[in-house]
Design a protein around this ligand. Structure first.
Ligand code: G16
Length: 543
C-alpha cells in the first residue's frame, strides 16, 4: 500500500454553511473536490495522526464511495482508528452518540440532510468535534481558510475495505471498526425513556405510523418502534434507505410528507404519526386530525419532558433558534426556566449544552433535541412524545388543546422562496436592512411596527459573537416577521420568511394558521417588497 501525495490547487467556494459543506453531488464527484475539503478538515484540526474518528452517512448516492475515499485519506494521514457504521450508514444523532460514547476526536458525517439525493441532486460533508456536535464557527472558518491555501493531499493507494461486515479490519496502519449503526443509539434511547410504558400504550390498540422517507432512520425506527416497543409490523413506512430516497425529498414537513399528513387527516387515521429526514435529525409530529408545528412540538416537549425518566429531574434551561416561535418562551416563563435565543444552526446550542446551561433545545426547521447527544434527533423527539402520550393517555389533539389553553398559542408558519436569484435576494435583504432603524412606529398593512433589528448573538459561554443572523420585525400586539437567507441551499438563494402571531383568546385557539397569519404575511410583503424583489407571487413551500 503506497501513501500518495497528490498535488492540488485550492477550489473556490468550499465554505461550510449552516450545516457543513453542501453542493450538487456532481460537484463533490469532480476532480479533487471531496479530497480537498477532507484534507482541509484535517489541516484545520491539526492533522489526524494518532486520532480516532467516527464516519458514516445517510446512505445517499455517493455515500459509499466518499466513505472509502475518506478512510484512505485518514489512513494516509496516520489516523489510529475510524469507527464506521455498517455499510457506511449512520444517522446524524447516532454518529454524535458514537463520537461521545467512544470519546473520539470527532467524526465526519456524509449528508445533505433533507435535500434530495442522487447523481443530479445534493451531497454534503460535515465535521463534528469531540463533543459530538457540529463544528463551531471558529472551526468551520479554519476549514474554509485551509481550503484556500491547499497545495496537496495525502491518500493511500489501496483496495476498498469491506464495510458490509461488522468487525475490525486494517487499512495501512489504521484500524477500521465496522459497527452496527443502531445498537448503541437504541441502548441510549432505552436509558432515556420508559420503554415499558410505551410498550403498554402500543399494546392497548394505540396505532402509530412512522415515515422514514426511504432514508437512514428506517433501520433505527424498525428496531426501536417495531422490534423493541412492539408497534405493529408495517408501522414503519418507507423503511429501507435508498440512494435517491425513493426519488423523493426527505424533508418531514406537510409538503414533502404529504401522504402521511393525508393519512392522519383521513378515515382510519392512526393515533400518532411521525416522519424523519434524510439523516434522521429532523422530525414531524402528527396525531389523528392534528399537525403539530415544530415550534409547538418543542414547547410541548419542554412543558412535559419530566414525564420521561431521562428528564424526571427537570430541565436546566431551554433554548431555541431566533426564528423559532416564542411558544417555548411562554413555557420557560411559566416554569421559571432559563431560556436562550441562538442563531439558526444546531452548532450554536453546543456550548450551552456542554456547559449544562440547557437540557432541551430546538428549531422551527423541525429539529428538537437534548443534552443526550449534540445534534438534533428525530427519533428521540418521537420517543419523548410517545412517552408523554403513554403517561398522560391523552391524544395528540388533546395535548395541543391543553397546551394552548394553558400557555396561549403562537400561530406560526415559514414561507420559503426557493432558488431565487442570489443577487436579487441579497438586494431585498439589503434594502430592508437599511430601513430597520426607521421602522418602529410605522404601519405595515394593518399592523404597526414595534421593534426592528438585525439579530446578533453573543455566546454567554465562550464570549464569541455572531453578526448578521436575520432581520426581525416585531409588531405591536406581539406578532413577528423574520427574514433570512438559508445557509443550506445549493442553488441560488432560498429566502425564508418566518411569520408568528400570538393568540390568547380561548375562542380563537383552533383557527387556521395561514388565516391567523394573513395580516403578518401582508405586513412582511409591505415591508420587504418580496414580490417586486424576487419576482415571485407566492412561496414555494409553507411549513
Ligand atoms: C440545518 C441546521 C439547522 C438549521 C437548518 C436550516 O439542518 O442543522 O440548525 O435550522 O439547517 O438552516 P437554513 O435555514 O440556514 O437553511 P439540517 O437538518 O439541514 O442539518
Amino acid at each position: 500500500m503506497e501513501r500518495l501525495t497528490i498535488a492540488t490547487q485550492p477550489i473556490e467556494g468550499q465554505k461550510p454553511g449552516t450545516s457543513g459543506l453542501r453542493k450538487k453531488t456532481k460537484v463533490f464527484m469532480g476532480p479533487h473536490y471531496l479530497e480537498n475539503f477532507v484534507q482541509s478538515i484535517w489541516n484545520a484540526i491539526g492533522g489526524v495522526a494518532g486520532k480516532t474518528l467516527v464516519l458514516g452517512g445517510d446512505g445517499r448516492y455517493f455515500n459509499d464511495r466518499a466513505a472509502q475515499v475518506i478512510l484512505r485519506m485518514a489512513a494516509a494521514s496516520g489516523a489510529r482508528k475510524v469507527i464506521v457504521g455498517q455499510g457506511a450508514l449512520l444517522s446524524t444523532p447516532a454518529a454524535s452518540n458514537l463520537i461521545r460514547k467512544n470519546e473520539t476526536d470527532g467524526g465526519i458525517i456524509l449528508s445533505a440532510s433533507h435535500n434530495p439525493g442522487g447523481p443530479e441532486e445534493d451531497f454534503g460533508v460535515k465535521f463534528n468535534t469531540p463533543n459530538g456536535g457540529p463544528a463551531a464557527e471558529d472551526v468551520t472558518a479554519r476549514i474554509f481558510e485551509a481550503t484556500k491555501t491547499l497545495t496537496s493531499y495525502e491518500i493511500l493507494e489501496a483496495q476498498d475495505p469491506d464495510l458490509s461486515q461488522i468487525g475490525a479490519t486494517q487499512l495501512g496502519g489504521m484500524e477500521i471498526e465496522v459497527v452496527d449503526p443502531v445498537a448503541s443509539y437504541a441502548a441510549l434511547m432505552e436509558e432515556l425513556f420508559d420503554f415499558e410504558a410505551i410498550r403498554a400504550l402500543l399494546g392497548s390498540g394505540f396505532r402509530i405510523a412512522f415515515d422514514a422517507m426511504h432514508a437512514v432512520t428506517g433501520p433505527y425506527a424498525t428496531e426501536i418502534l417495531e422490534n423493541r416497543l412492539g408497534a405493529a409490523q408495517g408501522s414503519v413506512l418507507n423503511g429501507t434507505p435508498s440512494a435517491d430516497f425513493g426519488g423523493g425529498h426527505p424533508d418531514p414537513n406537510p409538503i414533502w410528507a404529504k401522504p402521511l399528513v393525508d393519512l392522519v387527516m383521513g378515515p382510519g387515521a392512526p393515533d400518532f404519526a411521525a416522519a424523519s429526514d434524510g439523516d434522521g435529525d429532523r422530525n414531524m409530529i402528527l396525531g389523528r386530525g392534528q399537525y403539530v408545528t415544530p415550534s409547538d412540538s418543542l414547547a410541548v416537549l419542554a412543558a412535559n419532558a419530566r414525564l420521561a425518566p431521562g428528564y424526571s429531574g427537570g430541565l436546566a434551561g431551554v433554548a431555541r433558534s431566533m426564528p423559532t416561535s416564542r411558544a417555548l418562551d411562554r413555557v420557560a416563563e411559566a416554569r421559571g426556566l432559563d431560556i436562550f435565543e441562538t442563531p439558526t444552526g444546531w452548532k450554536f446550542f453546543g456550548n450551552l449544552l456542554d456547559a449544562g446551561r440547557i437540557t432541551l433545545c430546538g428549531e422551527e426547521s423541525a429539529g428538537t433535541g437534548s443534552d443526550h447527544v449534540r445534534e438534533k434527533d428525530g427519533l428521540w423527539a418521537v420517543l419523548l412524545w410517545l412517552n408523554i402520550l403513554a403517561e398522560t393517555r391523552l391524544s395528540v389533539q388533546e395535548i395541543m388543546r391543553r397546551h394552548w389553553g394553558e400557555f396561549g398559542r403562537n400561530y406560526y408558519s415559514r414561507h420559503d422562496y426557493e432558488a431565487v436569484d442570489a443577487a436579487r435576494a441579497e438586494a431585498m435583504m439589503e434594502a430592508l436592512r437599511a430601513r430597520l432603524a426607521a421602522l418602529p412606529g410605522q404601519e405595515a398593512g394593518t399592523l404597526t411596527v414595534a421593534e426592528a433589528d438585525e439579530f446578533a448573538y453573543h455566546d454567554p459561554v465562550d464570549g464569541s459573537h455572531s453578526e448578521g443572523q436575520g432581520l426581525r420585525v416585531t409588531f405591536e400586539g406581539g406578532a413577528r416577521a423574520v427574514f433570512r437567507l438559508s445557509g443550506t441551499g445549493t442553488v441560488g438563494a432560498t429566502l425564508r420568511v418566518y411569520l408568528e402571531a400570538v393568540e390568547t383568546d380561548p375562542a380563537k385557539l383552533e383557527g387556521d394558521p395561514q388565516e391567523a397569519l394573513a395580516p403578518v404575511a401582508a405586513a412582511a410583503e409591505a415591508l420587504a417588497g418580496i414580490k417586486a424583489h424576487t419576482g415571485r407571487d407566492a412561496p414555494d413551500v409553507m411549513t
